[in-house]
Design a protein around this ligand. Structure first.
Ligand code: CO
Ligand code: CO
Length: 338
């Protein structure tokens, strides 16, 4: 039987399929509900996950993430979706423990494809020490898959996105450019081997290497781009993030993909939403702006920590690199420099 190309069934894929941040805020900002005294992080804070105080020194961390495929191999898609969903627990400094799957699956597809998506997801969750213990499946025209994940952390060591302080170094743990490369990949322009390998990689090591170090704030870089997630952390912390473009590391071919116009749709809605929040030098080319605002999928952790901690961290974990520093609040929450 001929293999169906999963990506041919979807309109947009990966974290690029997120609704634009401006629309989300317009729809959700004024929703009211009763507060829970145990909820430390909730709906309002644009953080990666909810944090619920278990009142025994620990917190429960929960997140959910699912999206349409960006690759054709069902197992690789399962792995990427799992790594991406687990990342929000790591971004809170937590240890993921249990998960439930969310699957939307076209009834016309061979059911074995669903099984292979699950096999990929299980391979990743096992690597993370997580068990998939339930889930829900819908028939849908577009396939989509992801996980709701629960994890735990000690209450005094949970990382939020709002503790960044002036003087902190800003550290990123994966290269950028996945959204650009996967757009070129979908057009048949590149195998995007490095991008796919990076999306499959768990942020487990990135989190564990921070053990014993002072982390003031953390998040992960996904659909809202490096700019969007830097903005959310800087804004929540009441500071400004200064990001040096020349320190950013991109996957090979990402810049070329931008120059040839392989730009994911989310890049434009991201920039629209962020134009009064991010300051970029006027001599930046369109391609350079594409590189800053393009959605990432299963991106790295973005960590805000004192320079001494950052120096130790990047020595321990060679994937990580410093991309900038934090200053007192300026006119713009994010300031990009050459
Ligand atoms: Co996140
Ligand atoms: Co998320």
């Amino acid at each position: 039987m001929e293999e169906v190309k999963l990506t041919s069934l979807v309109r947009s894929s990966g974290c690029n399929a997120k609704l634009p941040p401006g629309d989300l805020h317009a729809a959700l900002d004024d929703l009211r509900q009763k507060k829970s005294e145990f909820l430390i992080e909730g709906f309002e804070s644009s953080d990666d996950a909810l944090v619920y105080d278990l009142a025994d020194g620990r917190v429960l961390i929960e997140t959910v993430d699912f999206f349409p495929p960006m690759v054709d191999d069902p197992e690789v898609f399962g792995e990427i979706a799992a790594a991406n969903a687990l990342s929000d627990i790591y971004a809170m400094g937590g240890e993921p423990k249990i998960a439930m799957s969310l699957m939307c699956f076209p009834s016309c597809l061979d059911i074995k494809i669903m099984r292979r998506i699950m096999e990929g997801a299980i391979r990743k969750t096992e690597e993370a020490g997580v068990v998939i213990a339930g889930g829900h499946t819908l028939s849908d025209r577009e396939p989509k898959f992801g996980l709701a994940v629960s994890g735990f952390a000690d209450k005094d060591s949970v990382w939020t996105n709002k503790g960044a302080k002036a003087g902190d170094s800003i550290v990123l743990t994966k290269k950028l450019g996945v959204g650009l490369l996967m757009t070129a990949h979908k057009a048949g322009e590149t195998a995007a081997v490095e991008a796919i390998a990076q999306m499959r990689k768990l942020n487990k090591e990135a989190k564990e290497n921070a053990g014993g170090l002072e982390i003031h704030a953390a998040t992960d870089v996904t659909g809202f781009s490096l700019m969007g997630h830097s903005y959310e952390a800087a804004y929540a912390s009441g500071v400004s993030a200064v990001i040096s473009f020349e320190r950013l590391r991109y996957l090979e071919g990402a810049e070329e993909a931008a120059r040839y116009g392989f730009v994911p749709e989310g890049r434009y809605t991201n920039e629209d939403y962020l134009q009064d929040k991010v300051s970029i030098p006027s001599d930046f080319s369109t391609a350079e702006r594409d590189m800053l605002f393009s959605p990432e999928t299963s991106g790295g952790l973005l960590l805000f920590m004192p320079p001494e901690s950052a120096a130790i961290y990047i020595k321990r974990f060679s994937d990580a690199f410093i991309i900038g520093h934090v200053v007192e609040k300026q006119d713009y929450p994010v300031i990009v420099t050459r």
